[in-house]
Write a protein of this length. Structure first.
Length: 206
């Protein structure tokens, strides 16, 4: 079981910079999570509100190790390993004010995917590439790609066009950065990892 050196495995909010007041239990987040993934407790420990008064810019939620508090603190970085449980920190203001119902479902699903991935619950391996930025590109590309697939399956009914475009942009950006690094540093490895990225960020059915 290892620590993933990534600053944040989080979901960005549509709008950033709002104050987030600590203390309120993220009830809506937990409710949506339970509806979408009744089995979520297999990979998610606790869902807790963020403890910082100012939430990180553009972030509505993030993953931390069990008991961790700050998704931006590397010491609180989530763990990877078969069956591992990580916690989700929710910045309630950004979560509730960042977009509509569809966007909130998307954010919840995004964090669930990170937790599932780190617990070895998806095909793509949970790898530490030894570089914070590279790790982030790898994990975020896969998570946004998952969101795109799920959006195509109408898991977020009523999702607006701008949200689609943001999702696609993030997927493409992180995938391209990861691909660039891997092809430069470990050319042969792209043949292995590339299969997880095939048409990941491509046009989904909608
Ligand atoms: Zn993420």
């Amino acid at each position: 079981m290892g620590q993933v050196r990534s600053g944040i495995l989080g979901a960005a909010a549509l709008s950033a910079g709002a104050l987030a007041f600590a203390g309120a239990p993220p009830a809506e987040f937990i409710e949506i999570l339970g509806q979408m993934h009744p089995e979520y407790r297999a990979v998610v420990g606790e869902v807790r509100p963020g403890t910082t008064r100012h939430h990180p810019a553009g972030v509505a939620a993030g993953l931390v190790r069990s008991g961790g508090r700050d998704p931006l603190d590397l010491r609180d970085a989530p763990r990877a390993g078969a069956g591992v449980h990580n916690d989700i920190i929710v910045y309630d203001g950004a979560f509730r004010e960042g977009g509509g119902d569809a966007w909130r479902r998307l954010i919840v699903d995004h964090e669930f995917f990170h937790a599932l991935h780190l617990a070895h619950g998806v095909e793509a391996p949970a790898v530490d590439f030894g570089d914070e930025g590279v790790n982030r590109d790898y994990y975020e590309a896969l998570a946004w790609g998952y969101n795109l697939q799920r959006a195509g399956d109408n898991s977020y009914p009523g999702l607006e066009g701008i949200a689609w475009r943001r999702m696609e942009a993030r997927c493409v950006e992180h995938r391209d950065q990861f691909k660039l690094w891997l092809q430069r540093e470990h050319r042969v490895a792209w043949e292995h990892y590339g299969r997880f990225f095939g048409d990941l960020c491509g046009p989904a059915t909608r």
